[in-house]
Design a protein around this ligand. Structure first.
Ligand code: FAD
Length: 477
């Protein structure tokens, strides 16, 4: 273990956020990582108690070897730290920046102190490894002769492609968008994840032999039959970004948009990619984000950077508690209130609010949103919480741009379903127990299988699916 008294000597510290008044004028990373020294990072790694039973392993879907890499950082052995991290995590440069860090919520120190800053240490290890030239393309020495097609280039597809390529299989990733990365590129804003970081990893994967065919929609531009004819196995990592609709009167008015359309367009704009759709911009507008999750929070940050007059975020559920309760004790992920960097930049957050109808201006565009407060109470017969409208609370709030971020309904419809004769489950996802679909040579992983989730889960799913596919190729083919 590192210094056994490290956690008594050093308080938790992480790199500072750039001042709000600076960062809201650009789309660069909100965190000033470069001002944090390696010595400071070492102190943070030293806080790790090297627990006999490291709950953090279990908290992390990838099972990252956290106490081990913390110890290597304590000894300033960055090479070893990188090797340990890369054993379980294909892309620490993504998770080290945007993971909600379930590992930290499971850290034993977190029972009565601030947990170890695991996410930051992870980012420092991978960036040090890149800076020292330790992350080099390592193409496989032998090719197996087996061919794999991965459909979708989000973190699940990339992780699976990486794993299978390392085993020597010839991997082609098909992506319908212009560039690879999935939601890493087109969903998550640059202020959380700058796109050169995605690009850097794609270049590495290409140098290791993975072929990316972008602008190819499987099902449309190429049938799954064609793919199966030319490949031994096929993996579906097509995400689950079909938005949930808000079917209230006026939802079709100009100025009412799905959050993902808004975020995708802005990500294209920031990287200078052209797009055909009319601009969706928040500048000079009263913006209302409907939905309290991460997608909504990303809309808040984007709208403020675009120069919105005001930004409100509405949520129909009650405000989460500040502290853990009996329902989410340590080491579970807490269901407590999260305040993102975007919220800190300016946002009126409201809970227990029902959206009733959009109101149009004389020019036909949206100009307002009728809302009402809700009262949540326990139903005495079912024991479930139900809501009712608070009498007299109905009112109109200004709204020139509404961004709907109320969740997802599973995998988008497309020809793939029909061509592979697949049926969605009750959540609109592709059933895939043990990552196998109903088709014997087709597998599924990532959000398409588990529903909208996290990058860390997508990587874990990609890795596990790759192991199952590898087994099948060894045994049956
Ligand atoms: C706005 C937003 C913010 C988020 N922020 C975070 C965060 O901060 N931290 C975090 O951990 N998670 C975050 N997530 C969740 C995370 O991005 C996803 O869980 C993760 O990207 C899922 O990975 P995936 O590979 O399964 O799917 P995706 O990333 O959705 O990739 C699927 C890919 O498949 C492609 N595709 C689909 N159909 C076809 C086809 N027929 N042919 C070819 N290609 C196809 C799509 O174009 C896409 O590129 C966020 C999600 C959203 C929407």
């Amino acid at each position: 273990m590192s210094d056994p008294k490290g956690f008594l000597k050093y308080p938790r510290q992480t790199p500072p956020y750039r001042p709000v008044e600076e960062r809201v004028f650009d789309f660069q990373d909100v965190i000033h990582s470069e001002v944090f020294t390696q010595e400071q990072t070492r102190e943070q790694a030293t806080r790790c108690m090297g627990c006999g039973v490291p709950f953090c392993h279990n908290g992390c879907p990838l099972g990252n070897l956290i106490p081990d890499f913390n110890e290597a950082v304590y000894h300033e052995d960055w090479g070893l730290a990188y090797q340990l991290l890369a054993k379980t995590n294909n892309f620490p440069e993504f998770t080290g920046r945007i993971c909600p860090a379930p590992c930290e919520h499971a850290c034993v120190l977190g029972i009565n102190q601030d947990p170890v800053a695991i996410e930051h240490v992870e980012q420092a290890i991978i960036e040090t490894a890149f800076a020292r030239g330790l992350v080099q393309p390592r193409p496989p020495v032998h090719r197996s002769g087996k061919k794999v097609a991965v459909i979708g280039s989000g973190p699940a597809g990339l992780a699976a492609a990486d794993e299978l390529n390392r085993k020597g299989h010839t991997v082609t990733v098909y992506e319908k968008d212009r560039y690879p990365g999935g939601l890493l590129r087109y969903g998550i804003p640059d202020f959380k994840l700058e796109k050169w970081i995605v690009e850097r990893r794609i270049r590495l994967l290409e140098a290791e032999g993975i072929v990316f065919q972008c602008g190819v929609e499987i099902g449309l531009d190429l049938t799954t039959d064609e793919l199966l004819r030319h490949n031994d196995v096929v993996l579906l990592c097509i995400g689950a970004a079909r938005p949930r609709a808000l079917n209230i009167p006026g939802h079709e008015l100009p100025g009412v948009h799905y959050a993902m359309d808004y975020l995708t367009q802005n990500n294209r704009r920031v990287t200078g990619e052209s797009f055909a759709e009319p601009d969706i911009l928040a500048a000079g507008k009263h913006v209302v984000v409907i939905g309290g999750g991460d997608t909504g929070s990303d809309c808040v940050g984007t709208a403020n950077r675009q120069g919105a007059l005001s930004v409100a975020q509405l949520q129909y559920r009650p405000r989460p508690a500040d502290e853990r309760s009996d329902y989410d004790p340590w080491p579970l992920m807490p269901m407590t209130l999260t305040t993102s960097s975007s919220h800190e930049e300016g946002c009126a957050r409201a809970w227990e609010v029902q959206t009733k109808s959009f109101v149009s201006a004389p020019d036909g565009r949206v100009k307002g949103l009728v809302v009402a407060d809700l009262i949540w109470e326990k139903d005495s017969t079912t024991g479930r919480y139900v809501f009712r409208e608070k009498p007299g609370s109905e009112r109109e709030i200004p709204c020139d741009l509404a961004l709907i971020a109320i969740g997802y309904r599973g995998v988008a419809p497309g020809a793939i379903w029909e061509q592979l004769d697949l049926l969605p489950d009750e959540r609109g996802l592709i059933p895939g127990e043990d990552y196998r679909t109903a088709h014997p040579r087709v597998f599924v992983a990532g959000d398409a299988r588990r529903g909208q989730s996290l990058v860390v889960w997508a990587i874990a799913e990609g890795r596990e699916a790759a192991a199952v596919m590898e087994e099948q190729m060894k045994v049956k083919m």
